[in-house]
Design a protein around this ligand. Structure first.
Ligand SMILES: Cc1cc2nc3c(=O)[nH]c(=O)nc-3n(C[C@H](O)[C@H](O)[C@H](O)COP(=O)(O)OP(=O)(O)OC[C@H]3O[C@@H](n4cnc5c(N)ncnc54)[C@H](O)[C@@H]3O)c2cc1C
Length: 383
């Protein structure tokens, strides 16, 4: 599998055997981008059922552009619900602005809402169609690196030899722990988010954002469905048992706008509530060690206040594949990759955290509307 030389490129693009750890949003995007660049890809996922929360995610204009670059835009848009504006509401329920959002791909929506399961199916189908080998219920248990490659031990007792290993195993990345044990760790912010799916009202054609001490958003996700997210201060990081969690979510909405309280009456299914304490993390040092490199939440986990966490992971994947295909050595590729990604990811992590801290009194309040407009301008720049 390895050619015995540290050089990755001679005259033509050479197929590299690459292991991607973690078949989430970033890992699947990496598998697609690397296969399209001609490399051989094995993708391992520790969850044997490959389960994903049944709620949705916002993807903005730069993600629409990235899906185009990955060659999956049509399937992605078919599975999503496009929208071109954000409506801002104040806590008494009055709409104060409808802000158009700019599109980056001509003739396509500026933003979409999409179910996480639908997104995984689009990316998973494309990764398989491009020839990535996806192995579920498998993790890496050890890495032995030399100048020419990495021998990886797997949790089923087998092993494999790869030119490059990509750790896309999320915010609690074991790959990061193995290669960069002293790197930054995720830190709880003091805030949490609750999410629940609803039937979509026919006139909901934009993201509705309700500002206030309890932040609420309504996100169109398909022709028939939308999801609600609710951000709440949770300074003690409590654990909410599944039994009764729908009632707990309804209680959090008690002081919100009348139309939100009316919707809250439909939150009755404990199984449908997804609660998540919010954490942030930015790795400021190197993102690789030897031939093992990290992407996505494994190196920059953001709170969702700018709706860009998945977007950053997808863009990482595209840039990493480009650099691996262009550079002479893995080290050169990894340095170029981090050089192109660090500032943008740092901006998203730090500005999302500033909004979060402003909402819970841990920092000065941030004008969410202005911060979002600035973010749109920044992510519109080429990756
Ligand atoms: C509440 C919340 C709301 C969010 N909303 C948005 C949003 O609206 N828009 C947006 O763009 N982003 C959003 N995000 C962020 C987004 O979900 C993440 O940034 C994105 O999922 C990161 O992708 P990833 O591939 O790096 O990690 P993940 O998607 O977490 O994938 C990691 C994968 O690796 C697997 N894995 C873990 N450990 C191992 C191992 N040892 N071996 C093998 N496999 C392993 C996991 O099972 C998983 O499948 C939100 C995040 C949160 C918490």
């Amino acid at each position: 599998m390895i050619d015995g030389t540290n050089k990755m490129r001679e005259m033509d693009v050479q197929e590299l055997p690459i292991l991607v750890i973690g078949a989430g949003i970033g890992g699947l995007s990496a598998a697609i981008a690397l296969r399209r660049a001609g490399h051989s890809v094995t993708l391992i996922e520790k969850d044997p059922n490959w389960s994903v929360y049944g709620v949705g995610i916002i993807q903005q204009s730069n993600v629409i552009r990235a899906m185009d670059q990955l060659g999956v835009l049509d399937a992605f848009l078919d599975a999503a619900c496009g929208f071109d504006a954000v409506e801002i509401y104040i806590p008494n329920g009055t709409r104060v602005a409808r802000v158009p959002s700019p599109a980056l791909v001509e003739g396509k929506p500026a933003n979409v809402g999409i179910g996480r399961r639908a997104l995984q199916k689009v990316l998973g189908d494309a990764a398989r169609e491009h020839g990535a080998e996806i192995r579920l219920g498998l993790t890496a248990t050890g890495f032995a690196q030399d100048d020419d490659g990495v021998t990886v031990s797997f949790s089923d007792g087998s092993s494999g030899r790869f030119a490059v290993v990509v750790g896309a195993d999320g915010v609690y990345s074991q790959t990061r722990q193995a290669i960069l044990p002293d790197a930054e760790k995720p830190a709880f912010t003091g805030q949490a988010v609750w999410r629940y799916n609803f039937p979509r009202p026919a006139d909901l054609d934009a993201l509705h954002v309700y500002n206030g001490p309890i932040g609420v958003g309504l996100v169109p996700m398909s022709p028939d469905t939308m999801y609600m997210y609710v951000t709440t201060p949770e300074p003690d990081n409590p654990w909410y048992p599944k039994d009764g969690i729908a009632a707990a979510m309804r209680a959090k909405l008690a002081g919100t706008a009348p139309q939100i309280q009316a919707l809250a009456e439909q939150i009755t299914d404990d199984e449908g509530v997804v609660y998540r304490p919010l954490e942030g993390m930015m790795v400021h040092g190197p993102w690789h060690s030897g031939r093992i490199v990290l992407l996505g939440d494994a190196v920059h986990a953001t709170t969702p206040h700018l709706g860009q966490g998945a977007g950053m992971a997808i863009e990482d994947a595209i840039v990493l594949a480009e650099e691996l295909t262009r550079a002479a050595t893995p080290a050169e590729a990894f340095d170029a990759y981090r050089g192109r990604r660090y500032e943008r990811c740092r901006y998203i992590v730090e500005n999302s955290l500033a909004i979060c801290h402003g909402q819970i009194g841990k920092g000065p309040p941030v004008d969410n509307h202005k911060a979002t407009a600035e973010m749109f301008a920044m992510v519109a720049q080429p990756i």
